[in-house]
Design a binder for this molecule. Structure first.
Ligand code: GLV
Length: 328
């Protein structure tokens, strides 16, 4: 019997390609060529499955050209690159890569918060530019993390990881807002109190965004929300581009309406709003919150295992639209 055909849309660990080749006929992209949507669809049209990353858009237009496609396994916990309704309508199963990245991503959220509040990169640029001639009492004075109020918007697994780091490690007072309130035992574990979004924005010294992107969460933080924040506050976005209105944020940073921001994700990335590149009070990183080698390997392995389990008829491990789980 011939093996199912799989497309791996981006370069990944060679050992993952080798694993997939034990089960599938694999078309890989180890040169990491950038494919247009049309090229992705063209390469997918004779495939049974796809190994995708967060930048590979799978929507009705692509699906219409891929009648054999049965499953797309995303090497990311977020899946806003998938049009889930269109995939479900086309009978294509979607899987993501949750859990394996939770602690690594929470570590990074905290690192970005600390770098932002304590002005680490801004001061490093100053030093590297040879501008450090003498000490002064207020040089790069930032804001404290310990004992401050941490506001978390989006209290899934990663949000909870950040809450625990803040509450248990740094004695922070944690407030959160989420679509649904956590049960009391989880709130106690995270030492977190549920508040409205408006209260959170008004009270927090540091706001961290960890909510999933969807049309409903588009521009969750725009000019009106930034206006509710304290002028001394820090905003960190490790969620997705589009959750923050980057133009409004750049204007708020320029006018010091908030103190600083730390951004790992951007609207239209890898492009970055030009005004964010010129304001000093923002720390910018290229979507690396889950980027440690063990975690990225675990994410790739989970995506591969979803494909393998599905085609073995065992059912996928982490389905997003499980109603489609039966083999086409
Ligand atoms: C990264 O952004 C992910 O969704 O895994």
């Amino acid at each position: 019997m011939s093996q199912p055909k799989i497309l791996v849309a981006r370069a990944v660990f060679p050992e993952i390609i080798a694993l997939l080749e034990q089960h599938f006929e694999v078309e890989a992209n180890q040169a990491d060529a950038t494919w247009s949507k049309a090229e992705l669809a063209d390469r997918l049209k004779d495939k049974d499955g796809a190994f995708t990353t967060g930048g590979d858009r799978i929507d009705a237009e692509v699906l219409a050209q891929c009648p054999k496609l049965k499953i797309c396994a995303n090497m990311a916990v977020g899946y806003n690159n998938f049009d889930i309704d269109a995939m479900t309508a086309a009978g294509v199963l979607a899987t993501n890569a949750p859990d394996v990245l939770t602690e690594t991503t929470a570590d990074f959220g905290f690192a970005l918060l600390m770098a932002t509040a304590r002005r680490i990169t801004e001061s490093e640029h100053f030093l590297r530019a040879g501008k450090w001639n003498k000490w002064s009492y207020d040089m790069f004075a930032g804001s404290d993390i310990h004992g401050a109020t941490l506001g978390i918007l989006g209290m899934g697994r990663i949000g909870q990881g950040i809450a625990k780091r803040g509450a248990h490690g740094f004695g922070m007072k944690v407030i959160y807002h989420n679509r649904s309130r956590l049960d009391a035992s989880l709130e106690a574990e995270c030492k977190a109190s549920y508040v409205s979004k408006e209260e959170l924005l008004g009270r927090a010294d540091h706001v961290v965004l960890v909510l999933p992107y969807s049309p409903a969460s588009h521009h969750t933080i725009g000019a009106a929300e930034l206006a509710l924040m304290k002028p001394t506050a820090t905003l960190v976005n490790i969620a997705r581009g589009g959750i923050v209105d980057d133009a409004a944020l750049a204007a708020a940073l320029k006018d010091k309406r908030i103190a600083a921001a730390g951004l790992d994700v951007f609207e239209g990335e890898p492009k970055v709003h030009p005004d964010l590149l010129t304001v000093p009070n923002v720390v910018l990183t290229p979507h690396i919150a889950s980027a440690t080698m063990p975690t990225r390997l675990a994410m790739a392995r989970l995506a591969a295992d979803n494909l393998i389990a599905y085609f073995k008829g065992n059912g996928p491990l982490t389905p997003i639209n499980p109603a489609v789980a039966a083999i086409k």
